[in-house]
Design a protein around this ligand. Structure first.
Ligand code: SAH
Length: 255
């Protein structure tokens, strides 16, 4: 997974609850240009997305989503594989997530209702579900488009998860309305285009129970964005990430 020089190795967790904004073209203050892994420079988000999306149908093998899936299909179904060689960070990552989760409960941002249900978005081999979410929720739905990862996840979790294994990209997934206490999105949102990011977050908002939350844990670059041409993902700055979440009508309640 893309961990570039000027990124933090461990993602920041941000937790959102809903407000009522977000329609039409996505405007974000404070995001200028960016770069890509080939050394190209872009003056704006629009220029970068035009360059990425105009060439081929996004779902085709050479398109934005097709290339992303192809990349992950060739990656071994292991912790080190899904973490791009950074398998050693998994314990500290899960510990940090546990602490953040406890803070959400303690500060009243999240109120659980029985039976608890979570979604693990871009779940990979179920690393987060196995090491964290399944300790707290009776059922965790794993959403993951790459077949060999999802099959591994199902084997790993068999016997201690009542949830579903859903083979689909987040750009196409429609969570059932009012179903989730927690929708956990970690180290995956960079695969979504800006428009799909916002539309996905809006669907997630509808998928929450009344006192549910969305948690986004992601690497951020210091400014603008960095496109990874190899796995078809974009690392966004914190301002950029927050701008998209705001456009989806979400506000930050804990960080
Ligand atoms: N969140 C997991 C996996 C991180 S690796 C963890 O932290 O362990 C990134 C994952 O995103 C891979 O499993 C990859 O197959 C998945 N992915 C790539 N494109 C995606 C998309 N469009 N929608 C959902 N998941 C995607």
């Amino acid at each position: 997974f893309c961990l570039l020089q000027n990124q933090q190795v461990l993602g920041e967790s941000i937790c959102f609850s809903s407000n009522n904004m977000g329609k039409g073209k996505i405007f974000i203050d404070g995001v200028e240009g960016g770069t890509d892994s080939m050394g190209n420079t872009y003056y704006s988000r629009d220029e970068m997305w035009k360059n990425e999306l105009d060439r081929a149908d996004p779902t085709s093998e050479k398109g934005w989503y097709g290339k992303g899936i192809k990349y992950w299909e060739d990656v071994p179904a292991s912790v080190d594989g899904v973490l791009g060689g950074f398998g050693h960070v998994t314990d500290v990552d899960l510990e940090e997530s546990e602490l953040f989760y406890q803070t959400l409960l303690r500060e009243g941002h999240l109120k659980l209702t029985e039976p608890g249900r979570a979604a693990d978005c871009g779940a990979g081999i179920g690393r987060i579900s196995k090491g964290f979410l399944c300790n707290h929720f009776k059922a965790v739905d794993l959403v993951e488009p790459v077949a060999h990862f999802l099959q591994t996840a199902e084997k790993e979790l068999s016997g201690f998860n009542d949830g579903n294994y859903i083979q689909i990209g987040l750009q196409d997934w429609v969570p059932q309305q009012g179903l989730y206490d927690v929708i956990w999105i970690q180290w995956v949102i960079g695969h979504l285009t800006d428009e799909d990011f916002v539309a996905f977050m809006m669907r997630c908002k509808r998928g929450l129970k009344e006192d549910g939350v969305i948690v986004l844990k992601e690497n951020a670059c210091t400014e603008g964005f960095i496109v990874d041409k190899e796995d078809s993902s974009v690392t966004r700055s914190a301002v950029y990430l927050e701008g998209l979440c705001k456009a989806a009508g979400l506000s930050v309640v804990a960080q």
